[in-house]
Design a protein around this ligand. Structure first.
Ligand code: HEM
Length: 163
């Protein structure tokens, strides 16, 4: 029972509703203004997409899968070498959950600020999209729902890549 309670306490902040709640092991970052606008896309209006992603649990599995793969894939390994994966998992889960209308707030930094020092190029962006597609496939998200979600992320390319 104690373990279940502890697991809940540590898992819950990944879907924080308002103030940024950091997880144990996260590195500190410079202060920034917290806003859902930092997520870079407006959320879907109905819950159809959330259902297609199997709710917050499905989103959580997809992000865990993606974050694991970017650390292994030769096309993305370098750019993520020095990353804080505890924070990245938390903020990505919040962002995807917010966009998919899962009732979460996004408490991470905006897409320009967080990527500007990483020199991400278009081929790396495309590689990450492929890894996300693989993760969504493994979760059993329909092709149509995958494409609707990717259409929300696609305009962020100009905020993430330098060339
Ligand atoms: C639409 C596509 C993308 C989205 C939605 C996205 C989202 C995010 C989010 C939410 C964060 C963390 C924000 C925070 O810490 O406050 C982040 C950080 C980061 N992203 Fe992305 N990202 C995208 C594309 C990419 C690509 C293509 C790359 C490189 C291949 C990349 C590399 C990074 C790196 C290196 C960090 C910093 C991690 C750290 O310093 O700990 N991102 N991204």
């Amino acid at each position: 029972m104690k373990h279940i309670l502890l697991a809940f306490l540590f898992a819950a902040p990944a879907f924080a509703q308002s103030a940024p709640v950091t997880l144990p092991g996260e590195e500190e970052v410079d202060a920034y203004e917290v806003s859902n606008a930092n997520a870079g896309a407006k959320p879907f209006e109905s819950t159809t997409m959330l259902e297609a992603f199997h709710g917050r649990e499905g989103i959580s599995r997809i992000v865990d899968d993606l974050v694991e793969q970017v650390q292994k894939d030769p096309r993305t390994i370098e750019v993520f070498r020095a990353s804080d994966f505890v924070r990245l998992r938390r903020t990505l889960k919040e962002q995807f959950c917010y966009i998919l209308n899962g009732g979460c707030s996004y408490t991470g930094r905006d897409m320009v600020k967080v990527h500007e020092d990483h020199g991400v190029v278009a081929s790396e962006f495309n590689a990450l999209v492929e890894l996300l597609q693989d993760a969504m496939d493994r979760e059993g998200v329909s092709f149509g729902a995958q494409n609707k979600f990717l259409a929300k992320l696609a305009p962020m390319k100009r905020e993430v890549v330098v060339r």
